[in-house]
Design a protein around this ligand. Structure first.
Ligand SMILES: Cc1cc2nc3c(=O)[nH]c(=O)nc-3n(C[C@H](O)[C@H](O)[C@H](O)COP(=O)(O)OP(=O)(O)OC[C@H]3O[C@@H](n4cnc5c(N)ncnc54)[C@H](O)[C@@H]3O)c2cc1C
Length: 279
């Protein structure tokens, strides 16, 4: 029996927990599984390409572009502008990863109204002094085209990077977990939305194939998707190892150096795991 906020109660053969990374369903059936902070944050921003200086537009405006300052990483790529009325406009989207001690997170994730957020601060609510410090760092640390983007973006926002990994996507009889409720991989893999959609399609296919035998359908779904979700999380951890290692010892930093080389970053970012990957 599922009970909802408005008092509704529903009895059904199957409850699908597709309720995101802070999943209420997961918290009830798998209470030990919790988001784990990865040791770094991402600043995100998007600008109209038209407001970027000509040299910056030429340097990065139509590319999947990377900049690898010591201990950090910023990447950017063009995205369509949906609201310019012509359908031809371009915006440029960036994600800037920065190692951040857990103790410093509380200040970063407390908004201008004093509200502490769990994961990210919505655009427009970041404290002005935190924005100013980020922009000063951008001028100091980033290649000039990326510093331009951070300076000109009107509403950058901030996200703590988390890992979530469940041991089972069918954790109790008649219950399925999918999407972010089951696995949250770091953004380096670029596949949170597609993974959630594929999970849903796989569940539907498994239930159809077992012709109403929910237990058998859930078992098939779990066997197919759970190892895949774990491999996506593992891929995200590897790609983020370099940022994460900045807060650790010299040995870990050295081991993580592989993921600072431009070749490795460009080869593996936003590429789904495949059997036989040498990563
Ligand atoms: C800042 C940011 C940027 C991102 N950018 C990208 C990107 O560029 N590409 C990409 O692929 N992925 C991106 N992701 C990840 C992507 O958004 C998620 O992986 C994806 O949305 C997961 O889909 P989902 O359906 O599992 O969960 P969600 O999209 O989180 O949907 C869960 C839904 O459940 C609802 N819900 C929660 N609790 C309850 C409850 N108790 N009862 C009823 N409903 C409930 C929520 O309101 C929400 O509508 C980004 C994530 C963040 C935070």
């Amino acid at each position: 029996m599922a009970r909802f906020e408005d008092g509704t109660r529903i009895a059904a053969d199957l409850l699908v927990g597709a309720d995101g990374q802070f999943s209420t369903v997961r918290a009830q059936v798998l209470p030990p599984v919790a988001p784990a902070y990865a040791g770094y944050v991402a600043w995100r921003a998007v600008v109209d390409a038209a407001i970027l200086p000509e040299a910056t537009r030429r340097a990065i405006g139509s590319h999947f572009a990377f900049c690898l300052p010591p201990g950090e990483q910023i990447l950017g790529y063009p995205v369509p502008a949906t609201d310019d009325g012509t359908g031809t406009g371009r915006r440029f989207n960036v994600v800037w990863y920065r190692p951040t001690e857990e103790a410093a997170l509380a200040a970063l994730l407390t908004d201008s109204g004093g509200v502490r957020h769990a994961l990210s601060i919505p655009p427009g609510r970041i404290k002005p002094e935190i924005l100013a410090a980020m922009r000063a760092d951008a001028e100091r640390i980033l290649a000039p085209p990326f510093a331009d983007v951070m300076r000109l973006a009107e509403q950058p926002f901030l996200q703590a990077i988390l890992d979530i990994e469940t041991p089972s996507m069918a954790p109790a009889p008649g219950i399925a977990l999918l999407g972010d409720a089951a696995f949250v991989a770091r953004p380096h893999v670029g596949m949170g939305a597609t993974k959630a959609m594929e999970d849903a399609a796989a569940l539907a296919d498994a239930l159809a194939a077992t012709e109403g035998d929910v237990a058998a359908g859930l078992a098939a779904f779990d066997a197919g998707r759970c190892p895949y979700g774990a491999s996506v999380v593992a891929r995200g951890r590897k790609l983020g190892a370099y940022m994460q290692a900045q807060l650790r010892g010299a040995a870990e930093r050295e081991a993580a150096e592989r993921f600072r080389s431009p070749e490795a970053v460009m080869t593996w970012t936003a590429v789904p795991p495949q059997a036989g990957d040498n990563l």
